[in-house]
Design a protein around this ligand. Sequence first.
Ligand code: PEP
Ligand code: MG
Length: 574
Amino acid sequence: MSFTLRGVGVSGGIAIGHAHLVSHVTLEVAHYAVPQSEIENEVARLDSAFNMVRAELDSLHASVSGPAAAEYGAFLDLHRMILDDSTLSVAAKTYVTQNQCNAEWAVTQQMNVLLEQFEQIEDDYLRERKTDVVQVVERVLKALLGHPGYVPPPVKHDGDSILVAHDLSPADVIQYKRHRFTAFLTDLGGLTSHTAIVARSLNIPSIVALHHARQLIRDNDLLIVDGSQGVVIINPDKHVLSEYRSRQSQLELEKRKLKRIKTTAATTLDGCSVDLFANIELPQDIEQVKESGATGIGLFRSEFLFLNRDDLPTEDEQFEAYRTVARKMQGLPVTIRTFDLGADKNLDSAKRVAVNPALGLRAIRLSLAEPQMFHTQLRAILRASRHGQIRILVPMLSCVSEIDQTLRLIENAKQSLREEKITFDEKIQVGGMIEIPAAALSLDIFMRKLDFLSIGTNDLIQYTLAIDRTDDSVAHMYDPLHPAVLRLVAHVIRSASRAKVPVAVCGEMAGDISFTRLLLGFGLRQFSMHPAQLLRVKQEVLRSNVPVVTPLTHKILKADDPVKIHQLLKKLND
Ligand code: PEP
Ligand code: MG
């Protein structure tokens, strides 16, 4: 039977392919009584789940190769040891028999026992391995619940698989960079959640906030994903299918045509020159940056170097990553944002304890609370600064004391390198992200102390409107055109331009062509976005005339009625 689901399209385009369901099993499992006559079967179910996971781990072990093989192998050995620990594998069976309950419940109870044992361990490293215990139990639960597999799962329909998940963390999505899915669908998530941003960077259609996709779509169903409209059609009939196939070819054609302007300078009709920079998460994204014709990196989300691993990246490892990017950009600006960890990008998923993580110890707050970790990163960035035009960008600054502390720590890192006679760019520029209303409203102090600014509209909108950007239940309220947001963005661009402090927008607004003219009219001349969006934005810049659009943008700024604002924006873009 054919049916349609609607969600929030976070990355445009059309994909046609087969559903590949993955589950991120939460540990909230059901608890129910099992009759005496079924106990033997329940124990056998448990045995077979453990065997399945053993086989999974063994086959993973056999498949690892490349530079990370040793490290990954050790990680798999550890998981195998945890799996075979008698507290889990043997005691869970005893638990089922003694308590006459289901296997899932028994495993989670024994997991708690094992976690408590880990808690008592004095060795920090071993104590930290609690996350691995949870991950192993997740695998066992997946096997018990009838969908074994690991993340990332094997792709069955090579080249046409569409990933369907209840939720994905940014760390999950980044792993999928290596897999060739043609689209992403999730039940949860908001338009500018980091998960959506990473999915967008993969340059494939993605839809979030579908609510029940994971329940309603079955493995292998044929799907049409229309990322621009936020629509999924499940098991379409042949007429619908052929209609979408022709739309898909049309889009492909347009994409190919856009490549023609790759080397064209981004200049408006009236001769205003605009910088179009790229946002990246990992050094390997540079290939896509090169293809987009970006003239710099406006945002390197360095925290992605810290995800999907058990330890912290060393100074040398970070240095290599930053140097690679700097070298490959051949003297063009490379803006490295210091790690923006916390909130939805956690080092340790077991540590997600903050009641309100987006307002908690995130970004620069975490860096200042972990000065050693910050020092390591700063040294790595400074060392790499010799190999290109690197700039440091500091996320989520809210007050002058944070700026002062940060500048002091940068100076300390510089001094430590001087003492070791390691050269670096002494004049390296330090900028701040404007993503908290407090920063936008006290801009003078930011402009006095920093070399450049970059407006993070994703967070600026989240914090101005008090909308959690990761929460799909309020996703519909996330509004870049809210008068308060527009006024803050315009204020920052104007004030910085007047003071001759370079200012960019690096949030998702910069890559959305419906806002290109608006931002040009506000005075913006530096945009940073995912490379996949860059050529379309360039096309929009080439077609815009600043003196013509500016008066209309003033009108939009004065308007306070959402309907009027939308009408004016439409007029601006026509
Ligand atoms: C932003 O907040 O707009 C931004 C660019 O940073 P991030 O999306 O990584 O929070
Ligand atoms: Mg941000």
